[in-house]
Design a protein around this ligand. Structure first.
Ligand code: PMP
Length: 414
């Protein structure tokens, strides 16, 4: 282990920060405060080292080669699949499909499962707080199949209206696709209850785990979801790699999504047979380097322990929420009971974009805008929010810097 992750169960943030070279840089002459972790986390040195080791030591195409480099690359690639299987506690490695990330995973389900199972008049349920990547694929599917998209509303705290959800469910419901943790508000949805009710109605459930995988303990068997989508770049891994978990029986019954090399057993002009899981869904040369580095990200998280990470992030969230509530005219969007790691807010008479620019001038990276959740912004009748999202390497001192700069920025703008 290259750093001491915990001291008597308290996180050693400074030892962790040393693993992230980018945190040493300055922005506009000020030390970087990186609070855009819900968009993408920074990467520890161990993840970057794997990329360099792969390209400088054993770069090769995988699965088909019999030479040493190909065997080494294949072994490392498949080790990552085992790591993901354990990380989310899937029953078997065949249930882990590597994709570019959450967006591609949802599209895989929409195109493969969706076009096989959705018929005219069928219903799909999503919610008001979905990311566009869990809206648009279903809109396209519904248009194509003449199916109906139903939306679970949210209350003023940003929580799903569960009674309304129960009423939307019927024999017509074929799929419920719900975000586990809202990227725009940090609200944690009651996915266990959603899955139980959806299954009772005979529907299949997809959970968008883009934001939850880094913060919560994910056990897809206990959760009993049918599909679970995630992106490695949200949990200290590289961009361009993520995955789809699917129950084996479902994946086996589904047609391929992309087709070509790698996903076949035999090809002839009389017909083609497909490879077994998971390869049936992994056409073409995959993103080998980033897949191998994904395991280093999982190792990084496991070394610290998700419980320790969560405790630290909860302290940061509580600190930030308390500080921000003191600011006159500031309103937190999504003040639900069950939240994690994200605080989103608007300030009376001030545009979020202007605040974002002034915070950037102070070296503070926050996200401003609609966060790819325009229907949620429409629900709250706002153009967007300022969103600060926290990771294991953030500190209370950084939050204090943000709050001081925010106060100054608001004064300037009013
Ligand atoms: N869903 C949620 C909740 C997200 O936060 C994101 C990324 N912002 C996505 C889906 C899409 O993830 P990706 O861009 O990595 O495919």
């Amino acid at each position: 282990m290259i750093y001491s992750a915990t001291i008597q169960n308290k996180l050693d943030v400074f030892a962790i920060r040393k693993q992230f070279p980018v945190l040493n840089r300055e922005v506009k002459g000020k030390p970087l405060v990186y609070f855009d972790n819900a968009a993408t986390t920074q990467k520890p040195q161990s993840v970057m080292d794997v990329l360099v080791d792969y390209y400088s030591g054993y770069n090769a195409n995988i699965h088909r080669g019999i030479h040493t480099l190909a065997e080494e690359a294949t072994a490392a690639f498949e080790l990552s699949r085992d790591a993901v299987q354990k990380f989310i506690n899937a029953a078997s490695r065949e249930e882990i499909i590597f994709t570019k990330g959450t967006t591609e995973s949802i599209n895989l389900v929409a195109y493969s499962w969706g076009r096989q199972n959705i018929k005219a008049g069928d219903e799909i349920i999503i919610s008001t707080m979905e990311h566009h990547s869990n809206i648009v694929p279903w809109q396209i599917l519904c248009q194509e199949m003449d199916a109906v998209l139903k939306i679970i509303p949210v209350n003023d705290h940003g929580e799903l209206l569960m009674e309304e959800f129960e009423q939307l469910l019927s024999a017509k419901t074929k799929l419920v696709s719900i975000v586990h943790v809202s990227n725009a508000m940090g609200v944690v949805n009651p996915v266990d209850k959603i899955i139980e009710s959806a299954h009772k109605a005979g529907a299949v459930v997809l959970i968008d785990g883009a934001q939850s995988t880094v913060h919560l303990d994910i056990d897809v068997q206990e959760m009993d979801c049918d599909f679970f989508a995630f992106s490695a770049h949200k949990f200290y891994g590289p961009t361009g790699i993520g995955g789809l978990y699917g129950k084996k029986q479902l994946l086996e019954s589904m047609p391929p999504f992309l087709s070509g090399g790698e996903m076949i057993k035999e090809v002839s002009f009389d017909g083609t047979t497909y490879a077994d899981l998971p390869y049936k869904f992994e056409a073409g040369t995959p993103n080998i380097a980033d897949t191998i580095a994904l395991k280093a990200a999982i190792d990084f998280i496991n070394q610290i322990g998700k419980e320790n990470i969560r405790r630290h992030e909860n302290e940061l969230l509580a600190h930030a929420t308390a500080q921000l509530r003191e600011i006159e005219g500031l309103k937190i969007i999504g003040d639900a009971q069950n939240k994690i790691s994200v605080v989103s807010f608007v300030v009376d008479k001030v545009h979020p974009q202007d605040l974002g620019i002034l915070l950037d001038n102070a070296g503070i990276a926050v996200r401003t805008g609609h966060h790819c959740t325009q229907p949620l912004m429409q629900r709250f009748r706002i153009p967007g929010t300022v969103r600060a999202s926290f990771a294991v390497y953030n500190t209370k001192e950084e939050i204090d810097v943000m709050v001081t700069s925010l106060r100054k920025a608001i004064k300037m703008l009013l």
